[in-house]
Design a binder for this molecule. Structure first.
Ligand SMILES: [Zn+2]
Length: 54
């Protein structure tokens, strides 16, 4: 399965033709940025701290 993105209205979807009438083009799946990675890490760390408090 691949995701298509409309160049006109920037909407994403699986249909090649966008609701706005333009053609959607295939986009690569977004890679996790270091910031996202750290955000998850932070969230997990927070959960661990919460468990310790219990
Ligand atoms: Zn569109």
């Amino acid at each position: 399965m691949h995701i298509l993105k409309c160049a006109e209205c920037k909407s994403y979807g699986l249909k090649e033709t966008c609701d706005c009438g333009s053609k959607r083009v295939r986009v690569k799946p977004a890679k996790y940025s270091p910031e996202d990675k750290y955000a998850v890490y932070r969230r997990k760390a927070k959960e661990n701290v919460g468990n310790q408090d219990l």
